[in-house]
Design a binder for this molecule. Structure first.
Ligand SMILES: *[C@@H]1O[C@H](CO)[C@@H](O)[C@H](O)[C@H]1NC(C)=O
Ligand SMILES: *[C@@H]1O[C@H](CO)[C@@H](O)[C@H](O)[C@H]1NC(C)=O
Ligand SMILES: *[C@@H]1O[C@H](CO)[C@@H](O)[C@H](O)[C@H]1NC(C)=O
Ligand SMILES: *[C@@H]1O[C@H](CO)[C@@H](O)[C@H](O)[C@H]1NC(C)=O
Ligand SMILES: *[C@@H]1O[C@H](CO)[C@@H](O)[C@H](O)[C@H]1NC(C)=O
Length: 590
């Protein structure tokens, strides 16, 4: 029995021993698995880290800390080779792309908002969130990264639902850049590629269709947003959901990336479909920085309710590539029951290109593009300007010979939304515009030859051979309708114009020159005193000079005015005394 019991005990002990070893072995095994898993996890983490730092090396390794910080001009002690590299990049792209790579994507900007903007408080829970839609075609990586970083760094995260990045058929796909954007901005950025370029408007509409937030913000890919940019853009939309808002557009210099203050303004187009900016109305200037009406948006940067944008049908699908789309959307907004407000508390910097830069097109491509733009203009005029389209066509007769395509959908939309006629826009938003750009041009103040009284055989001549210095030459026989080089107009803009050229004074009045009319008064402002017969340069009364004939050299100068000098006396071929008697109406002279 005893033995039996003993044997039995042994069995139990053996069993216990086996169980203990088993659990020890199992324990050791799980320990090993855990270690392995840890090793696996840490190897993926380090792989991710490696990838980030590899991509960072590709896109950000040339960054020089603090260069261009606070939006200051990016200055450096550049070597000769570096200066040459800058010049080359500027020649190729119209801005200093070489320098852009060296400015941090996270650079800081000076807060240049009006001081009362900084005191405004918004309740973030009440404001709608936004989908930012950015379209681009062949954008430089460092420029795009700075646009995205500025958005991430200066937008309340609660309001920024997503950034939709639409690549509109860039000539090559930069996989590395796309990966870097995905890693750097995590799930904030959604990328969408359109394989073949469809143009700004359709790319934007494609982005809008992907958007999930209630408000769309359209931006260019070469901007930097500033502190507090978004909240004031959203506030007016919250109050009226048919409002579209635009920020003040500041300038990022194309040469040194300095951030410069832009002015509040009211946009329009003139009768040749150029975008122009007019100053604020008096009451608007007084109410600054409260939002004010913006008749025509600049086009690149604006916020609009997603539903309202879709009710308006986005952009006219017949508009291609670019050109005229900002006129179309603005007119549609105002005439179909909405409004556009410029919001001075919201500032976004935009990098323009060098005005002298020309994209290297072939002549054929250039012609093709011009034709597309012209067709866009014609569509906008046909659909939205009613009888006033004739004013545009008189200035741009080439539009009338183009095929305009099918307008049925646009006309149907206009009817469906009960849109008002263009006359309403002119009556309500364009009083000052019509003073500057009247529908019926009033007669010019004077025209024909400008004949010297002291040397009556000689007339002012714009000297076709070299558009620099005007000269005196023997007068045409017909003083009212002389040959083109002697045909001068004292225009409604108060300039002395011959064709596209205007007389101007340079170098503090030492020099009288011929230059393209710039339409900005200043050194191209001229008046005629029919009593003293003086032709006078200068708008402000304390700085005026008189045109003086120098018959010995067949030239003219601008000299101290002296009514007794007959060399300062001139006779127009035709002068409209009725108009001249009102020459100084509404002109600032002090
Ligand atoms: C660790 O990774 C290897 C290969 O990558 C895999 O075979 C193994 O099952 C992984 N181990 C664990 C515990 O996840
Ligand atoms: C600029 O660089 C040159 C040559 O490298 C050097 O001699 C000069 O001292 C530098 N100037 C400044 C202000 O750093
Ligand atoms: C920056 O460039 C602009 C020209 O694009 C120039 O007017 C300005 O003076 C430059 N600023 C500096 C500090 O060089
Ligand atoms: C504006 O808001 C009203 C009231 O909530 C709503 O009925 C309407 O559909 C909205 N319209 C747009 C264009 O968002
Ligand atoms: C007009 O142009 C010619 C040819 O370039 C030039 O020699 C002449 O000086 C110009 N006349 C005046 C008055 O400047």
């Amino acid at each position: 029995m005893c033995l039996d019991m003993l044997r039995h005990k042994k069995k139990v002990l053996l069993l216990l021993l086996l169980m203990a070893t088993g659990s020890i072995i199992y324990y050791l095994y799980t320990l090993k698995l855990e270690r392995e898993r840890d090793a696996n996890v840490s190897s993926t983490t380090s792989r991710l880290e490696r990838e980030i730092s590899e991509l960072q090396a590709v896109f950000e390794s040339e960054v020089i800390p603090d260069l261009g910080a606070l939006g200051r001009p990016a200055r450096g002690n550049w070597t000769q080779e570096e200066l040459e590299a800058m010049a080359t990049s500027q020649r190729e792209t119209g801005y200093n792309a070489w320098l852009s790579k060296r400015i941090s994507p996270e650079r800081t900007l000076y807060d240049m908002r009006h001081r009362s903007c900084k005191k405004l408080e918004y309740s973030l829970e009440k404001l709608p969130s936004v989908s930012v839609v950015i379209t681009y075609h062949n954008e430089e990586a460092s420029v795009l990264l700075r646009t995205l970083s500025s958005l991430r760094n200066r937008t309340p995260i609660l309001l920024l639902r997503e950034i939709i990045l639409v690549d509109d058929g860039s000539s090559s796909v930069d996989e590395k850049l796309n990966d870097f954007i995905q890693i750097k901005f995590l799930n904030m950025v959604r990328q969408h590629r359109i394989a073949t370029q469809v143009g700004l408007m359709q790319a934007r509409v494609a982005g809008a269709q992907l958007a999930l937030a209630d408000v769309l913000v359209f931006l260019d890919s070469h901007v930097e947003v500033t502190k507090g940019w978004l909240e004031p853009l959203l506030d007016p939309i919250l109050k009226n959901n048919r409002t579209c808002t635009t920020p003040i557009i500041d300038t990022i210099d194309y040469e040194n990336f300095s951030y410069r203050r832009g002015k509040p303004s009211r946009g329009f187009f003139n009768w040749e479909f150029n975008y122009i900016q007019l100053p604020l109305l008096k009451e608007e200037a007084v109410a600054m920085p409260a939002p004010h009406k913006n008749p025509i948006m600049n086009g690149g940067l604006f916020a609009i309710g997603r539903q309202w944008f879709s009710e308006l049908g986005g952009y006219d699908k017949g508009l291609k590539i670019w050109g005229g789309e900002q006129f179309e959307l603005s007119l549609k907004l105002w005439l179909c029951g909405g409004q556009i407000l410029e919001v001075p508390c919201s500032r976004i910097g935009h990098r323009y290109r060098d005005g002298k830069f020309q994209i290297h097109y072939t002549d054929k491509d250039k012609k093709k593009e011009n034709k597309i733009i012209a067709k866009n203009y014609r569509r906008v005029a046909e659909v939205w300007l009613d009888e006033f389209k004739d004013k545009i066509f008189a200035n741009m007769p080439h539009l009338t010979v183009l095929s305009v395509g099918n307008l049925a959908e646009q006309r149907e939309l206009k009817k469906r939304l009960h849109c008002k006629p263009f006359k309403w826009f002119l009556d309500n938003l364009a009083k000052d515009f019509l003073n500057l750009y009247p529908i019926i041009d009033p007669a010019e103040y004077a025209s024909g030859v400008l004949q010297s009284v002291s040397s009556p055989k000689l007339c002012l001549d714009r000297n076709e051979s070299r558009h620099e210095h005007p000269k005196l030459s023997p007068c045409s026989s017909d003083h009212v309708f002389p040959r083109a080089e002697q045909h001068w107009i004292l225009s409604n803009r108060r300039e002395l114009r011959s064709g596209l050229y205007c007389l101007e004074v340079r170098n503090q009045g030492k020099d009288v020159r011929i230059f393209q009319c710039h339409g900005q008064s200043g050194n191209q402002f001229w008046s005629y005193d029919s009593k003293t017969r003086q032709v006078i340069a200068g708008q402000m009364s304390n700085f005026r000079q008189c045109l003086e004939a120098q018959p010995k050299t067949n030239s003219v100068t601008a000299s101290v005015c002296d009514p007794k000098k007959s060399s300062q006396q001139w006779k127009f071929g035709y002068q409209n005394n009725q108009r001249l008697s009102h020459f100084w109406d509404n002109v600032k002279t002090q």
